[in-house]
Design a binder for this molecule. Structure first.
Ligand SMILES: CC(C)(COP(=O)(O)OP(=O)(O)OC[C@H]1O[C@@H](n2cnc3c(N)ncnc32)[C@H](O)[C@@H]1OP(=O)(O)O)[C@@H](O)C(=O)NCCC(=O)NCCS
Length: 328
């Protein structure tokens, strides 16, 4: 697992941003239209758009973070050799939940498809439109998010969130900050939707699936088998009609805000706090599992879910918890 940065956590505590204070400043430009508006050659992540998200800008300063677009970052790459170093720098943040090949290729495409690299790579080595934002803390990379239009064959005009990975920094919602910026840019561009497929969706990946759900991503079976990644179990889509900038601001400034998450993800907030040892015991011992189920249902205040569904969900979450901790 990537090292936990206690310095950042302490600083974050000292410089807590309240939503009311920060949100006043965000300029909300009207989307250009309800349909897809980006012109060919126009970038999704543009500095002037990113800088309009004032609340996130304040958070970045407070947490001592810097956000760069792929266009800005790649101008700094001088040699082709740098590409492998570049990929190596960022891939460590994805843990073992994301397939290694998918991860490396996705990061590489951000580099090879950039216009400054066009003469160095053949058409087959490029994937036009691959773009990313990168987060740095004191010049050290700590996370990234990649987007690309057209990765879903069934909806070639839609933006696809290819991959998001971040290290864990206690008290600093790096993943949510990256997601909030991607959704903000989509809102500003008047995109109708964002699509994605949860890496290792079959194995659960509750962390990622629930991070997406908070923002309003919903399971969308109609786009299964639409992506090249070949993990068809958890395709999701976000209709931009369901979100607004105020909601994005709350998601990055208010830890308790649940956004649009489901009951299952609400339960995951509590399940993920258990130790892997405790989770293992609960899976092996039916009495203990029953008592854990009761406890989580009480804490999460879940009253309407059928018992069998609750038990199955908690069992899956306990398994994922053990798997996640044993591979980080
Ligand atoms: C997917 C991923 C980027 C999501 O990030 P995340 O860690 O869930 O999300 P955040 O960074 O928003 O949250 C991290 C912490 O900040 C907390 N947090 C969330 N919102 C917060 C807020 N507004 N203020 C303060 N803290 C907040 C969370 O509760 C969490 O803390 P906890 O783990 O102690 O409970 C990350 O888990 C990851 O890189 N996973 C591995 C790669 C992967 O699977 N990628 C997805 C491929 S589809």
């Amino acid at each position: 697992m990537a090292p936990r940065n206690t310095k950042v956590a302490k600083k974050a505590k000292r410089t807590k941003v309240t939503r009311s204070k920060a949100s006043k400043k965000t300029k909300v430009a009207k989307p250009k239209s309800a349909a897809k508006t980006s012109q060919p050659g126009q970038r999704f992540f543009e500095r002037q758009v990113i800088d309009r998200f004032e609340t996130l800008k304040v958070l970045l300063v407070n947490y001592n973070l810097e956000l760069m677009t792929s266009s800005e970052l790649l101008l700094l790459l001088k040699d082709t050799d740098d590409i492998d170093k570049f990929v190596a720098k960022f891939r460590g943040f994805c843990g073992h939940t994301v397939g290694e090949l998918y991860r490396d290729v996705s990061i590489r495409y951000v580099v090879t498809s950039h216009e400054s690299m066009r003469t160095r790579f053949s058409f087959f080595e490029r994937k036009p439109d691959s773009e990313a934002i990168f987060l740095f803390h004191n010049t050290e990379p700590v996370g990234f998010l990649i987007m690309r239009r057209g990765d879903c064959r069934k909806r070639p005009q839609s933006m696809v969130l290819t991959l998001v990975c971040a290290i864990q920094m206690p008290g600093v919602p790096l993943g949510s900050m990256l997601l909030a910026m991607a959704v903000f840019c989509a809102l500003q561009a008047g995109e109708p939707e964002i699509l994605l497929e949860v890496a290792n969706g079959r194995g659960g990946n509750w962390t990622a699936a629930c991070a997406y759900e908070k923002f309003g991503f919903k399971l969308t079976p109609s786009i299964a088998n639409c992506f090249s990644s070949g993990d068809p179990d958890r395709p999701m889509s976000l209709s931009l009609k369901d979100v607004n900038v105020g909601m994005l601001e709350r998601l990055i400034t208010d830890k308790t805000f649940e956004g649009l998450e489901s009951q299952q993800c609400h339960m995951w907030r509590f399940t993920r706090q258990l130790s892997p040892e405790y989770a293992k015991d609960a899976l092996e011992n039916p009495i203990q599992r029953n008592s854990v189920t009761e406890k989580i249902l009480n804490q999460a205040n879940i009253t309407q879910m059928p018992r069998a569904e609750a038990e199955m969900t908690i069992e899956q979450q306990l398994r994922f918890l053990i798997q996640q901790r044993s591979t980080t």
